[in-house]
Design a protein around this ligand. Sequence first.
Ligand SMILES: O=S(=O)(CCO)c1ccc(-c2ccc(C3CCCC3)c([C@@H]3C[C@@H]3c3ccccn3)c2)cc1
Length: 240
Amino acid sequence: AIQHRLWPEIEKTVQIQVSMAKMGIGECGSGWQLFAEDGEMKMYRREEEVDGMVVDPLKAVHIVKGITGHEVCHHFFNPQYRYDWETTLEHMTVLETISEDTLVFLQTHKRIWPASQRDGLFWSHIRKLPNEKDRDGPDIWTVVNNSTDHPDYPPNNGKCVRVFLTVCLLCQTTVDPPKEGTSLTRDNLSCKITYCSVVNPGGWAPASVLRAVYKREYPKFLKRFTAYVKNQTKNKPIMF
Ligand SMILES: O=S(=O)(CCO)c1ccc(-c2ccc(C3CCCC3)c([C@@H]3C[C@@H]3c3ccccn3)c2)cc1
């Protein structure tokens, strides 16, 4: 197949993001502070600023029963579900379908007072990865989103300030085998979800406001998104 212009960047970014997502919090370099915890969900952040702007990297680990990594990534990647779970979204369009596993999105997020409204333009790639720990086990699934350019939508030429983001959702499914002679059900499934994100707000916004927004929005987002996937899949055949 002919190579798309973004292919080399996608390949490299996916490798870097997946290896970072696989690292434990301890290995990931120091400075991670736990800032939210809710049951199996643990959210860490590092306080970082670039040109005086808050770009705090975020790393969340969550364990959800009853769903697979494929189901989580499928509902995160596909545009048709996004308005159901992404509450800060004002508008979303798919600018380009590079392939069935790679899309280019343009999204505007609801304005967060007193900051000006933001938009994001990024490629999104979904991929199945071999399970190196257990060759017979379920595959690992990932979605990587990374800011990119588009000739028709230059940054900051309308009402929105363009954010720059890199996001990695990495999902590892575990199957606890059912008792002899009983069939596999969703009760035998659990999924370890690692969500890493770095969002550069693209233009000045008060650090205190941004950190308050991050503290409020990220836990809400991951809880709402995983509850959405459980609800969407509960009466459907398991998608490995
Ligand atoms: O995982 S994704 O790829 C899912 C696709 O939508 C993604 C997640 C988050 C963002 C995002 C974009 C802008 C902003 C801010 C920056 C200054 C003012 C708006 C935020 C702030 C952190 C808060 C936030 C956190 C979680 C969800 C939404 N909002 C987040 C974009 C994409």
